[in-house]
Structures are given as structure tokens and as C-alpha cells.
Design a protein around this ligand. Structure first.
Ligand code: GLU
Length: 302
């Protein structure tokens, strides 16, 4: 299988950094296992009101949707198939609180455009992957959280001169993922920009490196990871220009699961797991842990 340009470029950068052993160079691998929290698996936990939990219980493990190409958030090691990153840690914390050993989670990669259907047709029990909570999506799925607040931003080539914010996108090709809120915002608020949509942000980054597009737009969390892995080629431009509260997607009718996950998020924020997980994953892109946001147990009118 042909490896993508971005993967090749990032591998080249990683190999170079490793070979030179430069001080302060970006980490070449994912989180160091010894720095990740160990989650206490709840014993005797029952959530019989949740059809999702009951099905997982009889199956013996959870099936969780995630991303596999977002540095420090949700990454799959192509050699081992192991997933890592901040979102993956959140998924593991939730599993432990629901009474399932995180080691038994089966992760499934699901792109931005397919999250709602993945939850609706029972492909996954819950989804953790830079998933913005909003009212439109709440008509299709439920959200526990938020567990983090991101903001839309821009990634450009290091030598880019003309782009310092979304106001500079007129006539520029800007790449984002199909079905994402950043793509919708560009189409709605910046009609002079030329949006280009792919399934994933790593394909957008390929296109940026190969001069096919002028910028990539999505959450700062995602872009910072790509920039940290290729600091000689890529940089962030301007300031964040939206608010993207990240939720854990659950099947819409399963309020019991949603509220149990809200409790679990709060518990792991209070006991220090959240910060420890952040520091060992997303923190590697260079931004210190913020204060965790307040969980929003929204009403259940349906
Ligand atoms: N948070 C945004 C969204 O949910 C962008 C990141 C993504 O596509 O996952 O649409």
C-alpha cells in the first residue's frame, strides 16, 4: 500500500530528529507508557438502564469509535495496531468507570462524516475523537461532556506569507474534513474561500505539503499535533476563531449511558487522571494543560 506523503515527510522528520538526537526536537513516538495513568476498573458496576452497556456486558468488552491519524489525540500505530493519544485515554477512563478493563476495548476508526451513522447503527458503543457538541448533532446522537474545549484554527506551510487568519482565505484553497464543523464554518462565514474536503485531516496535510492547497483548517488541538511533528515544514497561523467543546458521542436514546459518562468524566478530572493523561499525550504538542471544563448534563427532551 502506498504510504501517504505526510506520513513519509513526518517519518523523514522523525528519523532525522532521532538520528541527530537534537535537544528540544519533537518526540518521535507517542506517549511514554510509564507516564500514562493506570485506571482503576470499577468492580460490581451495573448500568442496567443502558441498552448499550447491557449489550457490551454480554459481549464482554466495549467497542469504541476513534480517529487513527490525529497526532497526540487518536493515533494508530501501523505496525502494532495499537491506538494512543488523549482521546484514547479518555475512552479508556470511561471504560474503567463502566466496569470494563481498558485493555479489552476494541477500537474502530470512524471518520468525521460517519460518526452519527456509526452510533445510530450500533457499530460502536461510544465515540471519542475530537467530536464537537452542537445542537444539530444532538438531534442525532447524545453527548457526554465536554471533556475539553478546542478552537478552530489554521495550519499553513512554514514559508506562507499571506495567511494570518480566516479573513485572508479569499481565493485560497483551504482543506478540511467532510462532515466537520470547521468545514461548515468556512462555507458559511468565509464564502470567498475555496474549500476542499477529504475524509481525514492527514490527507489535507498531504495536500498542504504537496502544494495542492494553501491551508488546512480544523481544531487547534489537531493542527498543533501535525505542526509539532513537522516543525520545519508547517506552522499554525493566527488565533483560534471558534469554540469546539469535545463530547463523547453515545447513541441518542441512551440517557443512562450519557449520564454515567458525565459522572465518569468528572471523577477522572477530580482524581488527577485527566491532567496526567493530557500531559502524557496532547501536552506533547507544546501547550500546557488548561483547566478542565465543566460537564454539561443537558436536558433530555426528545
Ligand atoms: N471538532 C470538529 C468536529 O467535530 C472538527 C474535528 C473533527 O472533524 O473531528 O467536526
Amino acid at each position: 500500500m502506498r504510504r501517504s506523503m505526510a506520513a513519509l515527510a513526518l517519518t523523514a522528520v522523525a528519523l532525522l530528529a532521532a538520528a541527530c538526537g537534537r535537544e528540544g526536537s519533537p518526540p518521535v513516538k507517542g506517549p511514554k507508557p510509564e507516564q500514562l495513568p493506570v485506571y482503576h476498573v470499577a468492580t460490581g458496576f451495573e448500568l442496567t438502564d443502558s441498552t448499550t452497556w447491557r449489550a457490551a456486558k454480554s459481549r464482554g468488552h466495549l467497542v469504541v469509535g476513534a480517529k487513527e491519524d490525529q497526532p497526540y489525540l487518536g493515533e494508530k500505530d501501523p505496525a502494532t495496531g495499537v491506538y494512543s493519544g488523549f482521546d484514547i485515554e479518555i475512552a479508556k477512563m470511561m471504560s474503567a468507570s463502566l466496569g470494563f478493563d481498558p485493555k479489552t476495548i476494541v477500537f474502530r476508526t470512524i471518520a468525521s462524516a460517519n460518526r452519527e451513522t456509526g452510533l445510530q447503527n450500533g457499530q460502536i458503543d461510544y465515540y471519542v475523537g475530537t467530536y464537537t457538541i452542537n445542537d444539530l448533532r444532538k438531534k442525532q446522537v447524545g453527548f457526554a461532556g465536554p471533556y475539553y474545549i478546542a478552537g478552530q484554527s489554521l495550519l499553513v506551510r512554514k514559508d506562507e506569507k499571506g495567511i494570518d487568519g480566516p479573513q485572508d482565505l479569499a481565493g485560497k484553497k483551504v482543506c478540511s474534513a467532510a462532515g466537520s464543523t470547521p468545514l461548515q464554518r468556512i462555507e458559511r462565514d468565509y464564502p470567498k474561500a475555496k474549500p476542499v474536503a477529504y475524509d481525514t485531516y492527514s490527507i489535507c496535510v498531504d495536500n498542504l505539503l504537496s502544494l495542492q492547497v494553501d491551508a488546512v483548517t480544523t481544531d487547534d488541538t489537531i493542527l498543533m499535533g501535525f505542526a509539532a511533528k513537522a516543525p520545519d515544514e508547517l506552522r499554525m497561523a493566527g488565533k483560534p476563531f471558534s469554540r469546539e467543546p469535545y463530547g463523547i458521542g453515545v447513541p441518542r436514546g441512551d440517557t443512562a449511558l450519557r449520564l454515567a459518562l458525565d459522572d465518569a468524566i468528572e471523577e477522572h478530572m477530580k482524581n488527577g487522571d485527566w491532567k496526567k493523561a493530557y500531559d502524557a499525550t496532547l501536552g506533547l504538542s507544546g501547550v500546557p494543560a488548561p483547566q478542565p471544563p465543566a460537564v454539561d448534563r443537558y436536558g433530555t427532551a426528545s
